[in-house]
Design a binder for this molecule. Structure first.
Ligand SMILES: Cc1ncc(COP(=O)(O)O)c(C=O)c1O
Length: 450
């Protein structure tokens, strides 16, 4: 008899992102069915607290009827409008204008993408175009941080610096370089934040000198390195990198795909240090995951160079069929209303409470490091607190952690090295944070006793 169960069909046909494919076939899929607020339900009747907001994207939480209504209304009126050939739609125009108003001061032009990877990829293309237009065609090299994640496009994956995105994919390419991650827990200059910053500034200078000062186009960084294990750099790190980029004559790109839209408290993480990047990438919280959308925000001085380079009427050869999709844009406008209508304040308040509650785990025998900025946090487990030794990979700690978490009705990100990552919806309450902490505690007990 044919097995037409979801599990069998999934095993036979669906290729999942970032899983060990054979291991997934053996394990089978977990089918999620519905969501409400900070909770998800699966098709086995389990209700789980979502401590990871989907994939750090459902910032507003699940089940907002106003967002569903905005999408349905836009779908009925005009489900698609191209942005090509001078066409446009009201939601895309209004969303671009709102983002320009909210974003750091010079960022006033917006190119919409479908997510974060194509936002980063678009930046790479636009940076190349910019330097060529400026008459500096040698400026082609990019520098990024080790442990950084900038998506998995064929170009962006080489700026990403996580081994599984490189292995057998033939990246990084010769124009893609990395300097050490500013991780105070593991940096040779750490844990002193000022020493980590000084070493990072020096590393950027050294890399530019090595590549050739006239050859480096840009430096890209996440304000907090999400997929690398929620690495929170010391305060002042990002500003120091921005200042160094200005001194070295290279563009400064901030990848806020995870950190934007209240994830760390304010609307953008750039606000913590008053950053004013040349480019910023966003996605995820832009639509709270209700529809696919990302964006590149660019500073006016960048836009002007790019626009003037084609002043003879030749179109700029960069486009996506779904750039500025009206349904996604309508969703974006509606979630912005939710963020501005109290969720940012909630994130600042409850984020501080979350950070305080995480300290509960400081003396736990397995906990090496606790890192957090608002509602973005990690607990790094180690086998020896003194030497900071990680658990050997044969222990399969990540799958044990996520299984134990699931049994305790909690979803979080279990990183391969045994770090637990948290990014709950920013509408979470203090009572739900208490529940999350209790469930982490129960999960760590399972691991300690194993
Ligand atoms: C900082 C950062 N940049 C880019 C991306 C890629 O975004 P997407 O998965 O939407 O392509 C991600 C995804 O997690 C990210 O965290």
């Amino acid at each position: 008899m044919l097995d037409n169960s979801l599990e069998a069909l999934d095993r036979a046909h669906l290729v999942h992102p970032v899983v060990a494919l054979r291991a997934h076939e053996r394990r089978g899929v977990t089918v999620l069915e519905s969501g409400k607020g900070c909770y998800l339900s699966d098709n086995q009747g389990n209700e789980l607290l979502d401590g990871f907001a989907g994939l750090w994207c459902v910032n507003a939480g699940y089940g907002h009827k106003s967002v569903v209504a905005a999408a349905a209304e836009q779908m009925e009126r005009l489900p698609y409008a191209t942005g090509y050939f001078h066409y446009g739609s009201e939601p895309a125009i209004r969303l671009a204008a709102e983002l320009a108003e909210l974003a750091p001061r010079d960022l006033d032009h917006v190119f919409f993408t479908l997510g974060g990877s194509d936002a980063v990829d678009s930046v790479i293309r636009l940076v190349r175009y910019y330097w060529n237009a400026k008459g500096e065609p040698n400026k082609k090299h990019f520098i990024a941080l080790e442990a950084g994640y900038h998506g998995s496009s064929s170009n962006g994956s080489g700026l990403t610096a996580l081994p599984m995105f490189h292995d057998k994919f033939d990246v990084p390419m010769p124009w893609q370089h990395h300097i050490p991650s500013p991780n105070p827990y593991r940096h040779p200059a750490g844990p002193d934040g000022n020493a980590v910053i000084a070493a990072s500034v020096q590393a950027l200078r050294d890399k530019v000198a090595e590549v050739g000062p006239d050859k480096v186009a840009a430096f890209i960084m996440e304000p907090i390195q999400g997929s690398g294990g929620v690495i929170v750099p010391p305060d002042g790190f990002a500003k120091a990198m921005e200042t160094t980029c200005r001194e070295l004559g290279i563009l400064f790109i901030v990848d806020e795909v995870i950190t934007a839209f209240g994830r760390t408290g304010p609307m953008f993480a750039c606000e913590h240090e008053g950053l004013n990047p040349d480019f910023m990438t966003i996605a995820k919280g832009l639509t709270s995951g209700y529809a696919p959308m990302g964006a590149v925000l660019m500073a006016k001085h960048i836009y002007d160079v790019i626009a003037d380079a084609a002043s003879d009427g030749v179109p700029l050869g960069h486009g996506l069929t779904y750039s500025g999709h009206p349904v996604s844009a309508a969703v974006g406008l509606e979630v912005l209303k939710l963020y501005r209508g109290g969720m940012i304040e909630n994130s600042i308040k409850v984020g501080a409470y979350f950070e305080e509650r995480l300290r509960f785990f400081r003396d736990h025998p397995l906990v090496g490091d606790i890192r957090s900025k608002g509602l973005l946090a990690a607990i790094e487990l180690v086998s020896d607190k003194k030497t900071k030794a990680k658990f050997p990979s044969e222990k399969k700690l990540a799958s044990k952690l996520s299984e134990a978490g699931y049994r305790n009705k909690l979803i979080f990100r279990a990183f391969p090295d045994g770090t637990l990552g948290f990014a709950p919806p920013i509408c979470i309450t203090e009572t739900e944070i208490d529940l999350l902490i209790d469930r982490v505690d129960a999960t760590l007990k399972v691991i300690s006793e194993a």
